[in-house]
Design a binder for this molecule. Structure first.
Ligand SMILES: [Zn+2]
Length: 81
């Protein structure tokens, strides 16, 4: 499993563990398996299944409660509060 992080301030998913490249926040945590995330600009939510480089595979649940697997770029994701 690859490694990505999220910023606890703006919740964006980022590559590095040093500093957030969106808000410059320094409070960074690991994005781990099962973490709930939202696809920015949509109401879609999913849970992290796998991380490979900058791609996150999510188990997504739609409004009818159907489950499916989809991949997104890290830039498209934000941790759910
Ligand atoms: Zn941030």
């Amino acid at each position: 499993m690859g490694k990505l992080f999220y910023c606890t301030e703006c919740k964006r998913v980022i590559n590095g563990s040093e500093k957030c490249n969106y808000c410059n926040g320094e409070n960074i945590k690991d994005l781990s398996y099962g973490t709930p995330v939202n696809i920015i600009g949509t109401k879609t939510k999913g849970r992290v299944l796998k991380i490979k480089d900058n791609i996150v595979r999510l188990l997504v649940r739609d409004e009818y409660n159907n489950k499916f697997i989809k991949e997104y770029d890290a830039e498209q994701l934000r941790k759910v509060l």
